[in-house]
Design a protein around this ligand. Structure first.
Ligand code: NAP
Length: 546
């Protein structure tokens, strides 16, 4: 096996990030004999699945729909043990892929990119690492993930707390005995809901600090037996085909009957069935109207609210757990396991911080307007600076010294989520406004990586050295992205999809950022294909200067 690929002062391509996207991208580049390296800030590969080790961290996509479709040796042998596999196995899967295809030798860990500076005369980027090393390269490909920059709250006193505290993203790798601990969890998004479901019966006391409740429904996870896995292996082609034709790249296809065409009894029959089915069935095998028609969504949300009331013993607590500011499925639905039942336990307490806000973190606990509670451990499940956050951490300087941070300050602007005008040869896998972001991630990633790699093949075949989206094409794409937001009830949700984050300056309430493309994967794929067929309309491709 060849030894590690040294980090030189020049490479033909630099990929940033060794998560799901970076692993696939480096495979494609090095298969073509391109001298490329991956720069990764973590101590190992895996991205999201390397970092997020909190109890309960697991897929919301069916495990068998998550693997790379090109990693056929692994598809033939890998046994997913659960329908929705947990973090340790997910990380092991990615490590196995990297080892099987001998990709680690191109990866450099514990390397933090400080800046990317474009030199238009030399047609190359200078990548500077925080340890001072620099790499010159004509092509930078970002594979820096969607939710990689954790955002702890900005309460006074956070640093004063003398017990243990961390954001879920930084949950320690070593085992943590919770059995004697008084634990606080702040945040009830998808992460908080997973943590709470998992630790409720493993802690001495648990206080959940909830600002706004989220809609959530049962994951209905189950083990996969060897016989079932054999049967799944036989169906991989079909599984990937289904994913390719659904808007989010999942195995769930919508119910094509019109919401208003069926009777109320037929709706209830569908919902009763879906509530007990695995994963996103309850969300994505539903009537399409729940995404776009406020009244249809309200009727369905009322149904889910009733299911919550049936599961929570204390009616006052149940009402607090039912969202009133948005409908079910406006945004990606947190999937739960025994989440609502947690509140029936004597050791679990809900603190509604919309009524009694957190004032400060003290040396020993959390002070709200009505009480001070003492804790041994505070867990911040307070979310991420989504998508643009990872770009903002790097000083990216394009043509004429313009920085990406300035360009995207109010709202990002990209062409297809793969490039941005003024930053030539900066290619993005699942960048802002791409159709790959809110999908079953590997399915979306395969679309993005295939398209970008095709573009690089084209450039190499035609002696093209400079690739840049035109301003007009970018404007048209941004307009289209905004139109798609207008069509979806999602626009009314206050969450990361709309760029809201109370812990990030400038992203607080009242701001709206267009971070993803909501047109669905098939439509996005068709648009990418059309661009390729047109000879890359919307992209200025130029050869070397003479
Ligand atoms: P999130 O959805 O942004 O939720 C953050 C939670 O923290 C919200 O309940 C928020 O309340 C609360 N919060 C934030 N700042 C707070 C503050 N200062 N004081 C009190 N509460 C505060 O973040 P997340 O749960 O980490 O999930 C992010 C995304 O990651 C999800 O949408 C999903 O796409 C993905 N994810 C997926 C899985 C999976 O199953 N595979 C698991 C976890 C996450 P407000 O709503 O009031 O702001």
């Amino acid at each position: 096996m060849p030894g590690p690929h040294a980090l030189a002062d020049r490479h033909e391509a630099v990929v940033i990030g060794a998560g799901v996207a970076g692993i696939h991208q480096i495979k494609e580049l090095t298969d073509r004999g391109i001298d490329a390296v991956v720069i990764e800030s973590g101590a190992d590969l895996g991205g999201t699945w390397f970092w997020n080790r909190y109890p309960g961290a697991r897929f919301d996509s069916e495990s068998y729909s998550y693997g790379y479709s090109w990693a056929t040796e692994i598809l033939e042998t890998w046994h997913w043990k659960e329908h929705f596999s947990g973090q340790p196995e997910n990380l092991r899967y990615l490590q196995t892929v990297a080892d099987t295809y001998d990709l680690r030798r191109f990866m450099h860990f514990d390397c933090h990119v400080e800046s990317l500076v474009w030199n238009d005369d030399a047609t190359e980027w200078t990548v500077t690492l925080t340890d001072g090393r620099t790499i010159r390269t004509p092509i930078v490909i970002t594979a820096i993930g969607l939710l990689t920059v954790p955002t702890p709250p900005r309460y006074p006193g956070v640093e004063r707390f003398t017990g243990r505290s961390f954001h879920t993203h930084d949950w320690p790798a070593e085992p943590l005995d919770l059995s004697e601990l008084r634990v606080a969890v702040i945040g009830t998004g998808a992460t908080g809901i997973q943590v709470i479901g998992e630790i409720q019966d493993k802690v001495a006391e648990l206080h959940v600090f909830q600002r706004r409740p989220n809609w959530s429904a049962p994951l209905n996870n189950a083990p996969i037996s060897p016989a079932e896995m054999d049967e799944i292996r036989d169906r991989y082609d079909e599984i990937f085909e289904v994913c390719a034709r659904t808007p989010g790249g999942f195995v769930h296809e919508p119910d094509r009957r019109g919401f208003w065409e069926v009777t109320e009894a037929e709706r209830f029959e569908l919902w009763d069935r879906l509530y007990d089915e695995p994963g996103f069935a309850i969300w994505l095998q539903n009537f399409v109207e729940i995404f776009i028609d406020e009244e249809a969504n309200r009727i369905f949300s009322d149904y889910i609210a009733e299911r919550i009331r049936q599961r929570v013993d204390d009616p006052t607590v149940a009402e607090k757990l039912i969202p009133t500011d948005h409908g079910f499925g406006y945004q990606r639905v947190p999937m739960e396991t025994n989440y609502f039942e947690a509140y029936n336990r004597p050791n679990v307490h809900l603190v509604d911080v919309s009524e009694t806000p957190i004032v400060e973190i003290t040396e020993t606990g959390i002070a709200t307007t009505d009480a001070h509670r003492e804790f041994d451990l505070i867990v911040y499940a307070t979310g991420f600076d989504a998508i643009t956050g990872a770009f903002d951490k790097i000083h990216v300087e394009g043509v004429d010294g313009v920085t990406l941070r300035d360009k995207w300050r109010d709202d990002p602007a990209t062409f297809m989520g793969v490039m941005t005008h003024g930053f030539p040869n900066l290619l993005m896998v699942a960048g802002p406004q791409s159709g790959n972001a809110s999908t079953n991630f590997p399915r979306g990633i395969e679309t993005g990586v295939a398209w970008l790699t095709g573009l690089l093949d084209h450039a190499r075949a035609h002696g093209i050295t400079r690739i840049e989206a035109t301003e007009e094409a970018e404007r048209a794409w941004v307009d289209h992205v905004k139109q798609m937001y207008e069509m979806m009830l999602l626009r009314k949700a206050k969450g990361w999809f709309t760029g809201y984050n109370s812990n990030v300056e400038g992203h607080e309430e009242g701001t709206m950022r267009h971070l993803i493309y909501n047109g669905g994967s098939p439509k996005y794929q068709a648009k990418l294909d059309a661009i390729t067929e047109s000879g890359y309309e919307g992209v200025t491709l130029t050869g070397p200067r003479h």
